[in-house]
Design a protein around this ligand. Structure first.
Ligand code: HEM
Length: 511
């Protein structure tokens, strides 16, 4: 006998076990459908058309901050891209940045992990790449209290003033030859950071050359493109290109350098009065030996990781501001004259260097703000990651979404800035807009919990050196280059410098 479906009554398909399997499969299908329907009810941010497998990776181009700025003009201040398999939220307006870094700061307080960061930063033991949580909180507070607080920054003013005096002398000695300002400013910043962090400097001699080469390699590996981060099944391709081997090699060489620094501190006896000569590594070692000082322990790797953050995070970014500021001033002689007049009035009849505590210099500060607006050293900031599902400006963002905040695009937004591509420091003279993370139209240091803890350190350094370079010298571009012909092309990578070194002639100014 056959039933109405045309199946024999004793067909194995009608066996109760098989029937229950079929029902289960149907139920799963139904649940999946319902789930898919509920997911599709999610309101996602706009997204341009994408390609299979690579998603929107091809849209990033050579300069991602510029490509993303163009895309956001078409698709809006919140865009959802798929970089390979990684959902990525692109934030391109001050309002959207405020939503991410203030309203939903806690939800976006994580950092995405990558194989390269894992290799370079001792398995995420530094501050910048550490996952949000207890460890990160302890390490960040250590970094802030012991090195980067206003008090510590003030305490290390002698280091900055001495180094600035040496820089001025070096330029006087080489005058009237052409000065490679890019190289000089990098070495100067590196010396200030390393003197404050571990009481030594490396600009001169073989060790200096080695450290600078190593830092360049480190930054280049860090900013290199690793396809495996976005399409894990293509990680073999990065291996084939030698990216991971290179990361291992740079990490190993840097580790040897940091080991030497730590050993030297362990072995050096600083006598009774340790306080006066104590640097950051000394403090970390004290905590390493006696964790009751802070209530938590740091191991040797944590010490090296945090010093690495300070060295890499502190040097590259800080000198970039100086390089762009000098380049813009050389392109705008009338602005250069104006800032020099301000400084020469303050420093009249003085041949000594202008010091950190000298009077306020409003126009110089405006020049630095304008430089940070037009040339934020890290144009896409450091990526964040959503810790949980969150709704931003009416859009649903899933946990695990990577977030890129385009500080460059925000600084060039015509709705916020009059003639945004023009270098006009005057715009800041009667404005309270600052870069500390409260005014979301100017966020070169990020904002919120994961904002840059090195702001004071970087800015007193930049103000001091720029004030003295402009007070003590008149400047001209080398080789008869006209301001409007100066090549302002950027490098690629995480921090953007001038691609071509900035060459200029310094003419000592007689007081
Ligand atoms: C002009 C100079 C500098 C710029 C433009 C800059 C920029 C930034 C940015 C954009 C971030 C990420 C912020 C965010 O996610 O919201 C950051 C984080 C960080 N910066 Fe800076 N930075 C500078 C100087 C320094 C200096 C001098 C130091 C240390 C000596 C430093 C140490 C750090 C650290 C440790 C973090 C990680 C913070 C965290 O994840 O909790 N930076 N910086």
């Amino acid at each position: 006998m056959a039933d109405h479906l045309g199946q024999p009554a004793n067909s194995p398909l009608l066996h109760p076990f098989v029937l229950s399997l079929i029902s289960l499969a149907l139920a799963i299908l139904l649940v999946k459908r319902l789930f898919a329907a509920s997911v599709s009810r999610q309101k996602l941010p706009p997204s341009p058309s994408k390609l299979p497998v690579i998603g929107h990776l091809h849209k990033l181009g050579k300069y991602p901050h510029l490509s993303l700025q163009r895309l956001s003009r078409k698709h809006g201040p919140l865009m959802l891209l798929r970089l390979g398999s990684v959902p990525t939220l692109i934030v391109s307006s001050a309002e959207a940045a405020q939503e991410v870094m203030k309203t939903h700061d806690l939800a976006f307080a994580d950092r995405p992990r990558s194989k390269i960061n894992e290799k370079l930063f001792y398995n995420f033991k530094d501050v910048a790449s550490a996952p949000y949580g207890e460890y990160w909180r302890h390490m960040r507070s250590l970094c802030v209290i012991q090195l980067l607080s206003n008090k510590r920054v003030h305490d290390t003013r002698r280091v900055r003033e001495n180094e600035t005096a040496l820089l001025v002398k070096k330029i006087v000695d080489s005058s009237p030859s052409v000065v490679d300002l890019s190289d000089l400013l990098m070495a100067y910043t590196n010396d200030i950071v390393s003197m404050s962090a571990f009481g030594q400097k490396f600009s001169e001699g073989e060790s200096g050359r080695q450290l600078r080469r190593l830092m360049k390699e480190f930054v280049s590996v860090l900013g290199g493109f690793d396809i495996g981060t976005y399409i894990p099944r293509l990680a073999w391709f990065s291996s084939l290109l030698g990216l991971y081997n290179k990361a291992d090699a740079v990490a190993k060489e840097f580790d040897e350098f940091l080991e030497r620094i730590v050993d030297e501190h362990v072995n050096s006896s600083k006598g009774e009065n340790v306080e006066s000569s104590e640097d950051f590594v000394d403090v970390l070692l004290e905590i390493y030996k006696d964790q009751s000082i802070t209530g938590f322990s740091v191991d040797r790797e944590s010490i090296k990781a945090i010093v690495l953050d300070v060295l890499i995070g502190g040097t590259d970014t800080t000198y970039t501001v100086l390089e762009w500021a000098m380049a813009e001033l050389l392109r705008h002689p009338e602005v250069m004259k104006k800032v020099q007049n301000e400084l020469r009035l303050i420093g009249r009849n003085r041949s000594a260097i202008l010091a950190q505590d000298d009077e306020k210099m409003p126009y110089l500060k405006a020049v630095i703000k304008e430089t940070l607006r037009m040339h934020p050293p890290i144009p896409l900031l450091i990526p964040r990651e959503a810790r949980n599902d969150v709704n931003v400006m009416g859009y649903d963002i899933e946990a695990g979404t990577m977030v890129l905040i385009n500080a460059y695009a925000i600084g060039r937004e015509p709705a916020l800035w009059d003639e945004p591509d023009e270098f006009r420091p005057e715009r800041f003279l009667d404005s309270g807009i600052d870069y500390r993370g409260h005014d979301f139209q100017l966020i070169p240091f990020g904002a919120g919990r994961r904002s840059c803890p090195g702001i004071s350190f970087a800015m007193v350094t930049n103000e001091l050196v720029l004030a003295n370079l402009l007070h003590k010298f008149d400047w001209e571009l080398a080789n008869g280059t006209k301001g409007e012909d100066l090549d302002m092309t950027e490098t690629t990578g995480i921090a953007t410098h001038k691609k071509e070194p900035l060459l200029a002639i310094a003419i000592p100014y007689s007081i």
